[in-house]
Ligand binder design. Structure first.
Ligand SMILES: [Zn+2]
Ligand SMILES: [Zn+2]
Length: 322
């Protein structure tokens, strides 16, 4: 089994998909991130990025058992699921975990997303076996030699266990789950759709403490957030962060690498490149997520592989310690 904990970005855009000439560098698919812990595949969110990921899993025969963690049930985090190829394969087993909604269960929302009025095929028409469960903040999701399950305590688990902790953030309409995936001493925190607080989100900082990789919502330029950018109304209270907020959390939590995530759908590649420069000036190890970005964590060293889509012919790699 591979010793690596690998993170690959398939969809990095917030709110709605954004194809077009102005977004080819960072990509236009909505959130979906693949985490590979050895030979186990964990997927964070089912935005449209999960569609090419699903094809890749089927093509490389990795569509056996898959754990899909949903941060919340907003459209941009679930809209790719009806097109997720492994969900149609009879031999695939999907564990789909996430939060219940305020008024409806998670399972109901998924079923309603594929009701006969809105989609030709229902959940039950998808041939895979599906274990759909709402989880709570106090619970821990575990994947070890005994399979995927939800436990109340991590005592007695083997070193092989992938351990996923949950933090519920209230800084997004309806609330959102933030996940921390740990395997063999390395950890990745996925904090999308959350807004920063004055003086930093202290609960989140505690939850993300010393994470090797922190994927953090950074939807807005500061000027946009505060309504000081021509043509962009203020967005305070919308449940998304600025680059500065993301950098503050990364610095306070002493994260190894910050990945700016959930890019605003109206922002061009040039704007995102500018945000990445700003982020680097506030927190050195920052990168703006783009489709194809891979981060590989192994033992004592971390290597960040930056791979843009082939059409750009750019393939840069750098490594760092710690
Ligand atoms: Zn979102
Ligand atoms: Zn949302």
């Amino acid at each position: 089994m591979s010793n690596e904990l690998k993170v690959k970005f398939w969809g990095v855009r917030g709110s709605y998909p954004t194809p077009g000439a102005g977004t080819v560098k960072y990509g236009g698919n909505t959130p979906s991130v693949e985490v590979q812990a050895g030979n186990r595949t964990i997927i964070l969110d089912a935005g449209t990025g999960i569609i090419p990921l699903g094809r890749e899993l089927a093509r490389t025969k990795r569509a056996g058992e898959i754990l899909l963690l949903l941060s919340h049930m907003h459209h941009d985090h679930t809209q790719g699921f009806p097109f997720f190829v492994p969900a149609y394969l009879p031999n695939a087993k999907l564990h789909i975990y996430g939060p219940d909604g305020t008024h409806e269960s998670m399972k109901n929302v998924l079923e309603r997303n594929q009701s006969s009025e809105t989609f030709p095929l229902g959940l039950r028409d998808m041939a895979s076996s599906k274990d759909i469960q709402a989880v709570r903040e106090s619970q821990v999701v575990v994947w070890d030699e005994n399979g995927v399950r939800v436990v109340e305590s991590t005592s007695g688990l083997s070193d092989e266990a992938v351990v996923i902790r949950i933090h519920k953030s209230y800084a997004h309409p309806g609330g959102v789950f933030i996940y921390r995936i740990t395997w063999r001493g390395k950890s990745v925190v996925y904090a999308t759709d959350t807004e920063g607080y004055v003086g930093t989100d202290k609960r989140l900082v505690k939850f993300a403490k010393d994470a090797d990789v922190l994927i953090h919502d950074a939807q807005y330029l500061d000027e946009h957030y505060w309504g000081q950018l021509e043509g962009f109304p203020a967005t305070q209270g919308f449940g998304h962060s600025t680059v500065t907020m993301a950098c503050e959390v990364a610095a306070s939590a002493q994260a190894g690498q910050l990945v700016l995530f959930h890019h605003d759908p109206s922002y061009s590649d040039d704007m995102l490149a500018g945000m990445e420069r700003t982020a680097k000036s506030l927190f050195t190890n920052s990168v703006a997520a783009y489709e194809g970005l891979e981060i590989t964590l192994r033992n004592e060293s971390m290597s960040v592989q930056l791979q843009t889509p082939a059409m750009h012919g750019r393939d840069v790699q750098y490594a760092q310690n710690g």
